[in-house]
Design a protein around this ligand. Structure first.
Ligand SMILES: NC(=O)c1ccc[n+]([C@@H]2O[C@H](COP(=O)([O-])OP(=O)(O)OC[C@H]3O[C@@H](n4cnc5c(N)ncnc54)[C@H](OP(=O)(O)O)[C@@H]3O)[C@@H](O)[C@H]2O)c1
Length: 301
């Protein structure tokens, strides 16, 4: 008799990290023996329909405002990938996903958090950045609830640094590039969401290797002018940036979020070990590799 396939519930499936996790699992032979439930609030949206699926990947409708309903609807779930968007509900949704997973016998829980100064500082440093602090509190909740869970649920906390994918061709990307440039000589750490997804996929394939650990994921560390040299060589023109006053105004008016975050980047900053990450995860992208792969977006403007 064949062993029943393990079911993994992937939240944020139409988003950057969840989508990358699904691509990571789809590229494993036979999706590594896992059945994937790709959660979206709207299974008929263009982004949901774009998701690559096969016999082992199903797009399902669910909402993190009601995680209990998801678990009741989808039946026994072995693994959960949990990611929330930045909002006032982030902490509540993140904790509720943990509670529902514990209550429904989940065995392995992967939480996508964010780095707060490296492996030593992150567990004790909520920071003053609102969405960083929400993640800190969700992490603590996860550790506590997993340890007390009847099923001895294991967990992996992924702590990515800034995504290269923030560099989009639209005004958001240009604004981000300018705020990075305004950091001057202070370097910023980056990671590709594809690498986050690849490592998340590996944690579901080899949960024992990722048992109850937290990983800071960083693929490069550089200033905007350093990146601009590579950008110009790859694309043929300078990295497009929003005007200085516009970026400064956004940081001022969004003080509690974007403003605090860039202030934290300047005064404290991420603490990933880029060299160790490249050693642990061969093929991890640095800026050069990322821009070589993504330059087409700017070349087609
Ligand atoms: N950007 C960075 O540099 C960076 C760095 C470190 C950490 N982070 C963290 O990454 C997180 C965002 O991840 P991401 O960029 O991968 O997300 P994303 O691309 O914005 O996608 C998030 C997905 O979540 C789904 N979603 C939103 N609300 C939902 C709800 N109530 N119920 C079910 N699904 C819901 C949406 O899917 P549907 O619309 O299809 O339902 C959406 O596609 C944030 O917490 C952020 O702080 C970001």
């Amino acid at each position: 008799m064949s062993t029943p396939r393990k079911i993994v519930l992937v939240t944020g499936a139409t988003g950057k990290q969840g989508g990358a996790l699904i691509q990571g699992l789809l590229s494993a032979p036979d999706t590594a023996g896992l059945n994937i439930l790709a959660v979206t609030r709207d299974a008929s949206s263009p982004r949901a329909l774009e998701l690559g699926t096969n016999f082992n990947v199903a797009i399902v409708q669910g909402d993190m405002t009601q995680p209990e309903a998801m678990f009741e609807k989808f039946g026994p779930i072995w693994g959960v990938y949990s990611v929330q968007i930045n909002s006032d509900a982030e902490e509540q949704q993140g904790k509720a996903m943990v509670d529902a997973a514990v209550a429904h016998g989940v065995q392995h829980f992967v939480y996508s958090s964010g780095d707060r100064g490296g492996p030593e500082k992150s567990p004790v440093n909520p920071t003053k950045v609102k969405n960083f602090a929400a993640k800190y509190r969700v992490e603590k909740h996860l550790e506590e609830k997993a340890a007390a869970s009847p099923q001895n649920m294991t967990y992996t906390i992924l702590r990515p640094v800034t995504f290269f994918e923030n560099l989009t061709t639209d005004i958001h990307g240009k604004g981000f590039a300018r705020m990075w440039e305004q950091m001057g000589a202070k370097k910023l750490q980056f990671v590709s969401t594809r690498d986050i997804g690849r490592i998340a996929a590996d944690s579901f394939m080899h949960p024992n290797n990722y048992r109850n650990i937290a990983l800071t994921l960083a693929g490069d560390e550089l200033t905007q002018p350093e990146a601009d040299v590579m950008f110009r060589a790859a694309v043929g023109f300078p990295m497009p940036m929003a005007p200085c006053p516009m970026a400064s105004t956004v940081k001022f008016f969004l003080k509690g979020t974007v403003g605090d975050m860039f202030r934290w980047f300047e005064l404290e900053g991420y603490g990933g070990d880029v060299a160790v990450c490249h050693k642990l995860y061969p093929g991890m992208k640095d800026f050069q590799a990322w821009i070589d792969e993504n330059k087409g977006k700017w070349l087609s403007i």
